[in-house]
Design a protein around this ligand. Structure first.
Ligand code: HEM
Length: 229
């Protein structure tokens, strides 16, 4: 084995064990998921172009099974690593201050950062429900799931008020999660650190999260208001 291969073998576990290594894994996997969210939103907005356009877009996504599964595998690995790194960092943080705060006053931590640990599991529950509803079709309240007729599945799915309500709530939580995640990412990779830069990072994270989530939420709202039928 070459010296550089041995070097890499020794460094990889050290990287994963270190707190900074885990933070980098969280940031990189979070970024991959963020890119997916942008692409998925752009695709979903085609729903406004009508059933034919939306269905042929969905058909296009499925045209090559191998490519589809490569993309799905990347997403699954990103989600799993994101969760493992988060849980391990949370455990590490807890161990670092075992006594706990006498008063849970948030110092330098925003509402979004405090909601990270519970918004994450809710978003995960949302994704599982979402896959069962629109990809597998095993849960499709209100009407039948028609494989290949994605427009029908989305519109009839959101005509059930509680499905739309659940989506809107989960998407708002995703927005909080995203806002804090993006801000942390900007902080980790942005140089140099300064108060104005930190404020700008916060502002940008908020703007990006609001645009993305508003785009997603517009779909159930358009169905509920009869704009999409
Ligand atoms: C209003 C919001 C959304 C709508 C209308 C929507 C619509 C859809 C539809 C129709 C599919 C099935 C595509 C097909 O099989 O042809 C799908 C798949 C999927 N969606 Fe969404 N989606 C929304 C939000 C989200 C969000 C916020 C996430 C992530 C947090 C997400 C993650 C996924 C994933 C992972 C898949 C499976 C992709 C695959 O491997 O086939 N979706 N979505």
């Amino acid at each position: 084995m070459s010296a550089s291969a041995i070097d890499l073998q020794q460094r990889a576990p050290n990287f994963w064990q270190s707190t900074n290594g885990k933070k980098i894994v969280m940031a990189v996997t979070g970024f991959i998921l963020f890119l997916f969210l942008i692409g998925h939103l752009l695709g979903n907005l085609l729903v406004y172009a009508g059933p034919e356009r939306f269905n042929s877009y969905a058909e296009f996504l499925h045209f090559d099974g191998t490519l589809l599964w490569i993309a799905r595998s990347i997403l699954i690995i990103a989600v799993v690593l994101h969760i493992i790194a988060t849980v391990q960092l949370a455990v590490r943080n807890k161990k670092a201050r075992p006594v706990g705060y006498s008063r849970k006053k948030a110092i330098n931590s925003s509402y979004a950062s405090r909601t990270m640990y519970w918004s994450g599991p809710i978003v995960l529950a949302f994704v599982i429900f979402h896959l069962l509803e629109f990809t597998a079709g095993t849960i499709h309240p209100g009407t039948v799931f028609i494989p290949g007729d994605v427009y029908h599945n989305v519109v009839t799915g959101f005509q059930v008020w509680w499905v739309s309500a659940w989506y809107i709530i989960a998407l708002i939580l995703l927005g909080f999660h995203l806002r804090h995640g993006l801000w942390s990412m900007f902080q980790s990779f942005g140089v140099p650190h300064s108060l104005p830069r930190e404020r700008a990072n916060k502002r940008w994270a908020l703007v990006v999260a609001v645009i993305l989530i508003a785009g997603y939420i517009s779909i159930p709202i358009s169905v509920l208001t009869g704009l999409l039928k």
